[in-house]
Write a protein that binds this ligand. Structure first.
Ligand SMILES: [Zn+2]
Length: 329
C-alpha cells in the first residue's frame, strides 16, 4: 500500500515519499522511494531483500553491470605484493578502510572480522598487509569460492545466528558496502557491535547521501539490491542509539588525488537505463556488457588504465567522498 507519510525506520521521524513505482532490478517489481525529514535516510518500500538476486549476480559473473570490477579485484589482488594498496588506489571504500585501520589502531597485531566478505579479496588483502583477518558471508557459494582461491579464512553464516553462539570476539569488525543491502541496518549494526572485544571498533562504509545535492532522489544501486541510501546523520543516530561514538574518515587526501564523478543521474535516465533481470535472473539483452575492454586487455592493464584516468582527470578536493567511512566505538 502506498502511503504519503511513513516513519523513518532509523530515527522514527516522519518520512515522505519522493518517487512512486520505481522499477526495480527484477522485472515486474516496483518500489516507492522515501526520505526521512530528519536524518535524511532514503529507503525503499517494500523494505525486503531478495537472497536469490545475489545468486543471479554470481551466475552472471562479469556480465552483471557494476559488478564486473569486483571480479577484476578478486583476481588482481593475487598478482601484487601489497594488494591492500592496490585496492586503496582503486576505490575510496578501501582507501577509507586502510586509513581507518592506520588511524585507530597503533599496530597490526589485531584480530579483524570482515562481514559480507563476498568474493573475499579484502579479507585476503588485509591478511597480506599483516592483519589477522577472517571473513564471514551469508552466501555459501561465495565462501566456497573464497576459501578455494585465497585459503581457509572464510565462513558462511548469518550474522544474527553467529551472534547467538557468541564464540569469538574481535578487535575490529569491518563491513564495506553492506549495510545498504540489509532490511534493518540498526539491528545489523547492533549485532556487529556484540562481536567486538571491549574497546573494539566497527569500521563501515556505505554510499554517502550527505554528498548529494538536496532533492536528489536515488543515486544508489537499484532496489532490492540497495534498500537504503544513508546520510551521515543516519549513521550518527544509529551509533548514538547504542551509546557509541562515531567519527568519519576525512577523504581530502583521497579526493585531491583521484577524480570522482559527482554528476547526478536524472531519474528518467535511471529508469530507462538501469540494469534489469527477468524473473529467472537473465539480463535483458540491451544491458549485457559487451565492451571490448573487458575482453582483450589484461586485468593489470585495465587496472592501470582506470587508475590513470582517475588520477589525471580534473579533481575537486573535498573531505567527503561518494562513500562514507564511519568508525564506531
Ligand atoms: Zn531518519
Amino acid at each position: 500500500m502506498k502511503q504519503e507519510n511513513k516513519k523513518c525506520p532509523i530515527c522514527g521521524a516522519p518520512a515522505s515519499v519522493l518517487f512512486n513505482d520505481f522499477n526495480g532490478y527484477i522485472e515486474g517489481k516496483t518500489f516507492d522511494l522515501y526520505e526521512c525529514s530528519v536524518c535524511m535516510a532514503s529507503f525503499v518500500d517494500p523494505l525486503i531483500s531478495e537472497a536469490k538476486l545475489y545468486n543471479y549476480i554470481y551466475n552472471l559473473g562479469d556480465k552483471a553491470p557494476g559488478y564486473e570490477r569486483y571480479l577484476r579485484y578478486a583476481q588482481l589482488v593475487t598478482e601484487f605484493k601489497n594488494p591492500l594498496n592496490i585496492l586503496a588506489n582503486a576505490e575510496s571504500v578501501y582507501w577509507g578502510v586502510k586509513n581507518a585501520l592506520e588511524k585507530y589502531f597503533k599496530n597490526k597485531d589485531i584480530s579483524i572480522l570482515e562481514i559480507g566478505t563476498g568474493l573475499g579479496y579484502l579479507t585476503y588483502s588485509l591478511n597480506k598487509a599483516g592483519y589477522s583477518t577472517k571473513g564471514l558471508d551469508i552466501s555459501e557459494e561465495a565462501v566456497a569460492r573464497a576459501n578455494k582461491r585465497y585459503g581457509n579464512y572464510y565462513t558462511a553464516g548469518d550474522l544474527f545466528e553467529i551472534v547467538k553462539k557468541n564464540i569469538d570476539k574481535y578487535d575490529c569488525v569491518i563491513m564495506t558496502e553492506l549495510i545498504e543491502h540489509v532490511e534493518d541496518p540498526k539491528a545489523f549494526i547492533g549485532a556487529a557491535f556484540s562481536l567486538l572485544k571491549e574497546g573494539g571498533k566497527l569500521i563501515l562504509t556505505t554510499p554517502n547521501k550527505s554528498t548529494a545535492p538536496q532533492g536528489t532522489v536515488w543515486q544508489s544501486d537499484i532496489p532490492p539490491i540497495h534498500l537504503w541510501w544513508l546520510a551521515e546523520d543516519s549513521i550518527l543516530y544509529i551509533a548514538k542509539s547504542f551509546n557509541k561514538k562515531c567519527e568519519f574518515i576525512d577523504f581530502t587526501a583521497y579526493t585531491s588525488m583521484f577524480y570522482e564523478d559527482k554528476a547526478v543521474v536524472p531519474m528518467e535516465f535511471l529508469q530507462a537505463n538501469l540494469p534489469r533481470m527477468d524473473t529467472e535472473g537473465n539480463l535483458f539483452p540491451k544491458h549485457v556488457n559487451n565492451s571490448l575492454k573487458s575482453r582483450y586487455l589484461s586485468i593489470k592493464m585495465r587496472y592501470a588504465l582506470s587508475y590513470l584516468r582517475r588520477r589525471f582527470k580534473t579533481k575537486s578536493p573535498s573531505s567527503r567522498s561518494a562513500t562514507m567511512c564511519a568508525v564506531m566505538y
